[in-house]
Design a binder for this molecule. Structure first.
Ligand code: RB5
Length: 154
């Protein structure tokens, strides 16, 4: 599986270690940066290109790391077709894919360590969207938010 990874300085160390772990597990990992630990860099500069690549299908899934994971998830979700979430628990790492077709996992590099980050990433990458009708219906309802009124999708 070809995946993308990105971080700012807040997630840099975890990104570097995670990239190595995922390569060892035979994932093809495209690094969207930052490639150096620059304490004044900005997470959108790396997370937005990653989210665009995921949305365009250039990479199958993405992992975005910032200090808390919050900024990365907010930035990624600005890109149409990106479904990103900040996840620090095992259940959500697979259920977010199975039910919600999450395609970008966001992690807080200042919150969790490499073992937890690796375990969550592997769980996320192995999970598959169920394509169940109820989940497809829910995704349709958020596809065009401007057309959504009181539970109905127009
Ligand atoms: C950067 O210092 C930090 O604000 C950023 O990595 C992230 O935590 C934002 O959500």
């Amino acid at each position: 599986m070809k995946i993308g990874i990105a971080s700012d300085h807040g997630g840099f160390e975890i990104k570097q270690q995670l990239k190595h772990r995922l390569i060892m597990l035979k994932y093809t990992v495209i690094d969207f940066g930052n490639t150096i630990n620059n304490p004044v860099d900005d997470y959108p500069d790396f997370v937005m290109p990653l989210a665009k690549a995921v949305a365009k299908g250039e990479v199958e899934r993405g992992i975005a790391v910032c200090g808390s994971g919050v900024g990365a998830s907010i930035a990624a979700n600005k890109v149409d077709g990106a479904r990103a979430a900040l996840v620090h628990d095992h259940f959500s790492a697979h259920q977010g894919v199975e039910d919600d077709d999450m395609n970008i996992l966001c992690l807080g590099g200042r919150i969790i360590g490499i073992e937890k980050a690796a375990e969550l990433s592997e769980t996320f990458l192995k999970a598959k969207f169920s394509h169940a009708e109820r989940h497809l219906r829910r995704l349709r309802k958020i596809s065009y938010p401007e057309n959504f009124i009181s539970g109905y999708y127009f």
